[in-house]
Each structure stands twice: as C-alpha cells, then as structure tokens.
Ligand binder design. Structure first.
Ligand code: ADP
Length: 161
C-alpha cells in the first residue's frame, strides 16, 4: 500500500546511457519507476514510437519494478492517473537546469502534491544526448558506446517510421 511511484517522462528518441543511469540510480529511492514516453510534445520524433518503447523495455528488462508506457496528457495529470507523487528528471548542465526549473515550477503550480526529483548526471554521461546519437547515426557511425548495452540501433531504424 502507498507505494512510492516516480514518473520518468521523456521523448527517449532514442534512450541513451544517460537515461539508463538516471533510472538505475533512482531505483533505491522508489518502489516503482514508470518510464513514460510522451507522445504529444512539440518535438517530432525521429524513431518510431514502437521502437523507442521496445528499446526502453529491453534496457530495463531485468527490473520488475520498472514499467514502460506512453502518455499523451499533461505530465502532472498522468502522474495523478497512475498515482505517481514524484517526477524524476536528470540534470546534465546549466542549460538543463534553466529549462527544468521552469517546468518544475509550473508543475508545482499545477499539482502541489507532486515533487520533481533531480539527479545530477554522472560525469561520463554529461555529453550524451539523444540528438547526438541521432546525428552520429545519420552519418553511418556506430553509436554503441552511447546507448545501453542491452540494445542495438542502426540507421535503418530511422527509415522504418
Ligand atoms: P525531453 O524531451 O523531456 O527532454 P529526453 O528524452 O530528452 O526528454 O530526456 C528525458 C530526461 O532525461 C530529462 O530529464 C533529461 O534531462 C534526462 N537526460 C537526457 N540525457 C541525459 C544524460 N545524458 N544523462 C542524464 N540524464 C539525461
């Protein structure tokens, strides 16, 4: 009863080692982490939703306390729907901070019972981003060192949209 549930929302286009590290480090803090792929943001995704979900599921396959879902509502509304009292986000640098603090502020305004919890990215992961992975892939280079070892992504995954 009264499980501590955190929502980790994002585009995950695609999931990177950075995302994985944040979720794994947050595991001891919560009973359950719901990794949620948002489908209504302004961002146009490069990889198909099904692929993004599949990669996240493969990445966290070994953890029964991690759930992978999609959502298309406001983040705080979705939190309420699933009983999540925490929103988990990662901070890489001051740009992330500037952006995230506004969102956290607004979310608090909208739902004061929900806390946003930030974890600082590990130094090795600070330069990794989904956009960087997409860029490298678009030039035909291997991205294995930037993505979780559980998955493989190839340039063909972009085309199968
Ligand atoms: P969004 O479109 O919501 O920014 P992302 O998939 O880009 O979604 O990111 C989801 C979360 O993961 C954000 O909190 C972001 O700061 C965090 N994140 C992204 N890349 C990294 C990384 N390399 N290390 C740690 N956290 C990261």
């Amino acid at each position: 009863m009264n499980q501590k549930i955190a929502l980790f929302p994002g585009s995950f286009d695609p999931i990177t080692k950075g995302h994985k590290s944040i979720v794994e480090r947050a595991l001891p803090l919560f009973d359950k982490i719901v990794v949620a792929v948002g489908t209504n943001t302004a961002k146009n995704s490069v990889f198909p939703l099904e692929k993004r979900l599949e990669w996240i599921r493969q990445t966290f396959n070994q953890y029964p306390q991690i759930e992978v879902v999609t959502f298309n509502s406001l983040t705080v509304d979705f939190c309420r729907e699933i009983g999540a009292k925490y929103i988990l986000r990662g901070l890489r640098n001051s740009t992330d901070f500037q952006y995230e603090r506004n969102i956290a502020r607004i979310n608090q305004e909208l739902a004061e019972e929900i806390e946003t919890i930030f974890l600082m990215t590990k130094p090795d992961d600070t330069a990794i981003s989904s956009s960087l992975v997409r860029e490298i892939l678009s030039f035909g280079r291997d991205v294995a060192q930037f993505i979780p070892e559980e998955i493989t992504i190839s340039i063909n995954d972009i085309a199968t949209k």
